[in-house]
Design a protein around this ligand. Structure first.
Ligand code: HEM
Length: 539
């Protein structure tokens, strides 16, 4: 195999080699015919008109006309890097995943992103950030598709189109909601009050991270680990930056968005090229896999809830180091396809209804975004292990499959091909789970009903400086709403979180502060680990 391409400073980027790209000393057509001129079209005389028979002109313009693919429907704006993950081995008792075994080293590709903006939007806007990691493990690809905020807007994936419509540019003026005219965003989060917890994180410094290098990551949804003996444990994943967690302040974020809209991607690229390799520790919180899947009264299947580190410490299980910048942004950052259902033996999904919807969505969107069903063959998506599937033909099929009966299994003709091999041979086996006695119920469990106490926990866990910034953020963003009723409904939600927070924001907006309509949670755990002040991960 040819060596992997290297970054401008000569580091190995880990990008799969592709011998067909830009091979040979001469410029050619796509058919490999050498060109003698690519700057003049074929004309009748020197002054034209241009001749239709100019194949090079038609091929060159045709290809250019089709250079764009659809941007991601969410997380369109992002950047990425190659790296390596080194396992400490201490997760081995709870998971049989080979990449978490002692001494295992695994190549990764990481993509950081904003959620709401288009591909050309600014980096330092107030938004959630994506933190997606593809591990090319010896058992196939595992994707940890997380965010920089540990809770999500909604509890059920069926609302995802609604929340995304509410934050994307509104249909009349095409103005993005999360950044300027804010009515639909605040309308959504004040009606769907489960979004209040995520919104509170967004109004804090977490919504304007300083750099990608200083950002925590969270797998958000609860997953299930499976040990060698079949024992299961519920788990939440964390990324802890070695440099600590830091944010911008709002004035910086706005100035930088104007002066250098590429600030975050430039920072990541420059840091890696300068040899200041960014590092994160992968951490896990583990919980007993009980029948009710609750922990200290927190429903582990509710993705708007978070388990404070004071109740379940985060245990570091490995180290991620980003070692190489992309060789080609389109080939790697734009074409990478993450999916929370890309799992390896030892890791399984839970019944979190948000996660369950995600399992459908990513594959579905990539079918359109990447032009057909063969995107796993794109170099950045290829597993670093042999692939022997029964997927055939289709648009952009790159593989030349051999044999007359390798495309169905089992068969009695192509005897050399392995059948499925079961768990003993390293096969992926799902964990069987009991289901409720009644099926087909369109409702959430009662344990999903509390929408305010964890937002209150976050607010009470902040230092005075962080609280001041949160008040300013709510006041600034709500101040952009045209609809009075939306502002008033959001103030009511704040009253149900904390009366003082509500009073300060109402004062800033010049509106009366409403009374809470539900009793305030008086037993919340104040969690100093949620504050970013002085927060550095011990190494
Ligand atoms: C993309 C995270 C919920 C649908 C992404 C990306 C991340 C992410 C990091 C960007 C991947 C990349 O860099 O290419 C999350 C997290 C969620 C969540 C942490 C909540 C726990 C959802 C839900 C849906 C969804 C509920 C739909 C039901 C999508 C889609 C994309 C995407 C369609 C674009 C994928 C592509 O074009 O390749 N998500 N997401 N996400 N997400 Fe989610």
């Amino acid at each position: 195999q040819a060596p992997a391409p290297v970054s401008p400073t000569g580091r190995d980027t880990g990008a799969p080699p592709d011998a067909r790209a830009q091979d040979g000393a001469y410029l050619t057509t796509a058919q490999g015919v050498r060109l003698y001129d690519t700057a003049h079209s074929l004309k009748a005389g020197a002054r034209g008109p241009v001749l239709l028979q100019d194949h090079h002109l038609r091929e060159k313009i045709m290809h250019f006309d089709h250079e764009r693919i659809p941007e991601r429907v969410v997380h369109a704006r992002g950047t990425g890097a190659h790296g390596v993950f080194q396992s400490y081995g201490n997760a081995a008792p709870v998971t049989r995943a080979a990449f978490l075994a002692e001494g295992a080293e695994t190549r990764v590709f990481v993509r950081f992103s904003t959620v709401q903006g288009s591909r050309g939007s600014a980096d330092t806007v107030r938004d959630t950030r994506g933190f997606a990691v593809k591990f090319y493990t010896e058992e196939g690809n595992f994707d940890l598709v997380g965010n920089n905020i540990p809770v999500f807007f909604i509890q059920d994936a069926i609302k995802f189109p609604d929340v995304v419509h509410a934050v994307k540019p509104e249909p009349v003026r095409e103005i993005p909601q999360a950044q300027s005219a804010h009515d639909t965003f605040w309308d959504f989060v004040s009606i769907h009050t489960e979004a209040q917890h995520h919104t509170m994180w967004l109004m804090s410094g977490r919504g304007i991270p300083h750099t990608y290098r200083t950002m925590e990551g969270f797998g958000v949804n609860t997953f299930r680990l499976v040990a060698h003996d079949g024992a299961t444990t519920l788990v939440k994943f964390f990324w802890k930056p070695r440099l600590g967690t830091h944010s911008l302040v709002w004035e910086e974020a706005q100035l930088i968005a104007g002066a250098d809209p590429d600030f975050h991607r430039r920072d990541l690229y420059d840091a890696i090229e300068a040899g200041a390799l960014p590092q994160w520790e992968l951490g896990i919180q583990t919980f007993p896999d009980t029948e009710d899947q609750m922990f200290h009264g927190i429903d582990l299947l509710d993705p708007t809830k978070f388990v404070p580190e004071e109740l379940a410490p985060v245990q570091p299980v490995g180290l991620l180091t980003l070692t190489g910048t992309p060789t080609n942004f389109f080939a790697e950052v734009e074409q990478v396809a993450f999916h929370p259902g890309h799992l390896v033996p030892g890791i399984d999904v839970s019944n979190d209804p948000l996660l369950q919807g995600r399992l459908f969505s990513y594959l579905d969107t990539q079918l359109t975004r990447l032009g057909g069903p063969n995107f796993p063959q794109i170099p950045v998506n290829r597993p670093h292990v042999p692939v022997n599937d029964m997927l055939r033909d289709g648009f952009h099929q790159d593989a030349v499959h051999v044999g007359n009966a390798s495309h169905y299994k089992p068969n009695s003709i192509d005897g050399g091909c392995p059948f499925t091999i079961g768990a003993d041979g390293g096969g992926y086996v799902e964990v069987p789970e009991p289901v409720a006695a009644s099926v087909k119920e369109r409702r959430a469990p009662e344990s999903f009903d509390d929408h305010f106490s964890q937002a209150r926990m976050f607010w009470l866990s902040m230092t005075p400086l962080e609280q001041e910034q949160i008040v300013q953020a709510y006041t600034f963003e709500l101040g952009k709403c045209y609809e009075q009723a939306v502002k008033e409904r959001q103030l009511l939600a704040l009253a149900n979180i904390d009366p003082e927070l509500c009073r300060l924001v109402a004062q800033g907006l010049g509106l009366p502060a409403p009374e809470a309509t539900i009793p305030l949670a008086d037993d919340v755990v104040v969690s100093p680990s949620l504050s970013m002040i002085g927060k550095a991960w011990p190494t």
